[in-house]
Write a protein that binds this ligand. Sequence first.
Ligand code: DGJ
Length: 738
Amino acid sequence: MTSKCSKTVLAVAAAAMAAMAPAQAETVHVATSGTSLVLDATEGQPLKFVYYGDRLGAADLAAVAGEGAWTTDAYPVYGMTAHRETAMSVTHPDGNMTLDMGVTGVRESVGEDGSRTVTVAMTDKHYPFDIEVNYRTYADADVIETWAEAVNRGKGTVQLREYASAFLPIRRSDVHLTSLYGTWANEGRVEERPLQHGMTVIKNKDGARNSHTAHAEVMFSLDGPADEQHGRTIGAALCYSGNYRLRIDTGDSDIHEFYAGINEDNSTYNLKKGERFATPPLALTYSSEGKGGVSRNFHSWGRNHRLAHGTELRKILLNSWEGVYFDINEEGMAQMMADIAGMGGELFVMDDGWFGTKYPRNNDSTSLGDWTVDTRKLPSGIAGLCATAKKNGIRFGIWIEPEMVNSQSELYEAHPEYIIKPTNREPVMGRGGTQMVLDMANPKVQDLVFHVVDTLMTKYPEIDYIKWDSNAPVMNHGSQYLSADNQSHLLVDYHRGFAKTLDRIRAKYPDVTIQACASGGGRANWGVLPWFDEFWVSDNTDAVQRVYMQWGTSHFFPAVAMASHISAAPNHQTQRVIPLKFRTDVAMSGRLGMEIQPKNMTDEEKEQCRKAIAEYKTVRPVVQQGDLYRLLSPYDGKGAASLMYVAPDKSEAVFFWWRLDNDVNPQLPRVTMAGLDPEASYTVQELNRIDVKPLPVEGKSYTGRYLMSNGLEMPEQHDVEWHKKNDYSSRVLRLVKK
Ligand code: DGJ
């Protein structure tokens, strides 16, 4: 992975760490600025969990360490004691199915990025088999990344049957779980439920993408129903790009047992002599400021330590997909480039349809794999397009889907052995009836995928942005590369190959912006974000549905990573006719872009977008780098939704308000703001204004205290000429400290 999340070189440090409780060398204190995780690592005993929550001072830490209250294994293993779920279970070469682990040491290491990793090593009391449990922290983030590594020091092969990244016990009270669910074109929906007896399992089995349906991120509200601003809340995000399994088991004990890791179904792993298996990290955070606090912790950790170029602002772009679909040609691309440049945009992205020599890519049934430009459509090639972009003063980006192939392609004709497919069976095909997944476990395929990017970037170094798509799940379980006895490695090795390839790409091309797209929001996960700058939230660009999807996605991901585009009316997915003002106001709450044919827009609409883009530029740093406060949830059915971003120094904020129904006299709630400096005075400016008269609040100044205790009145409708009236209403307010 990139340096941001590179595996730190573990250096053996003194047994007692700086942050440990003074008296008890076996107590491990993993601390962030606001939180503490306390473990008991007594030699010869299994590692024990003691505490996770608000940061403890020395006195509490010493007291907690000696408390002798309930403890539970910090990484439960199968076999000897547990009538419970477990994090790891194995079969030793002699058939023994148990583990019996004891701590052998604790060490600390410092990564190149300044992160600190505490590693607790355990070994089996009989077998040459180790488990290391790791906790990584950063000086400026209230997030602890934890993961486990299994090491086979013996002579034979150990079968890993279960290999969770982490376990967290959550003390019973009135605990509510918040998670995301969805499907293609309706991703990232929020669901909340009280944890009751039984097992809650959140999982994915797509193989290649993992967030169309449920997500690998959850929150636990410890003090009753989830609240945005208040209440102790734990957040957990599995940083993995493949199949995952989150389990919450509520049985006969005093805790909810939370396990998170790779989904081991059909993925038993044969750990060879001398081999080490590292699980992906689980990012844990805790806040007493409710779900909002947890989201802000994830966002700032993500921007600073996990997301590619997370602290940089994103360009405003036009993507060609919904504008022309497969109808790519030089004239059309030039017109779109001139149009987006004219509206103040900074980047043009040519989507699907530009490639294929023997088989032209005119629809989704051919050509994936043949990444050569179709000069019948683009006689001047990519070089010509880059030159046109330059002439227009914007940058150029391009779409690829390098992990995939169509049966009608030169690549498949030459290398049928590259696809995922079991022996003795014809492959089942996906999108277009012809799409198959390349076997990323195969180093030759990894090389091929690397060269798709490398060739484009070498030939056309002007390419500034890559949209990396992935439109098929792994079907046809079988690797033509892996040996017969390692077929169960396929789903894990696919993602290892993917990671290796992306590492290689990023080492050579650290600056290019890369979007993770996977039939929309299939790759909204922290697993891919070390290499990717952002993700496409959904193939559904309907602004109303986007309010719900982006709301959910924002629980775990910052706005800078959420691509959010203004598209046409009627919307291509829902056919809903939404006015440009509302579409713009929703798109501006994320990483703003456009996904439309500008040729079909009126001059007035183009002017409206030009103004919106100019105004977005004034608030872009606050939206993309600020702290998010979700104020009024669309899921609460109150007729409106609202959120705001506040600059970290509280000098500025942007307030978004969208009306979601059109009843007469709806009695909408007044939205109180959050996150402002109560003592400061903020001047209000409405952005994207369409009303004939300014709002009564325009240009006035209010204290942060007033705005947070009272809020501002949002008129239910827009004050526009009669023929411009419609059934939508929305507001964007910029607040600047006087
Ligand atoms: C699926 C993506 O989600 C769309 O945005 C578009 O890039 C198409 N693939 C192209 O085939």
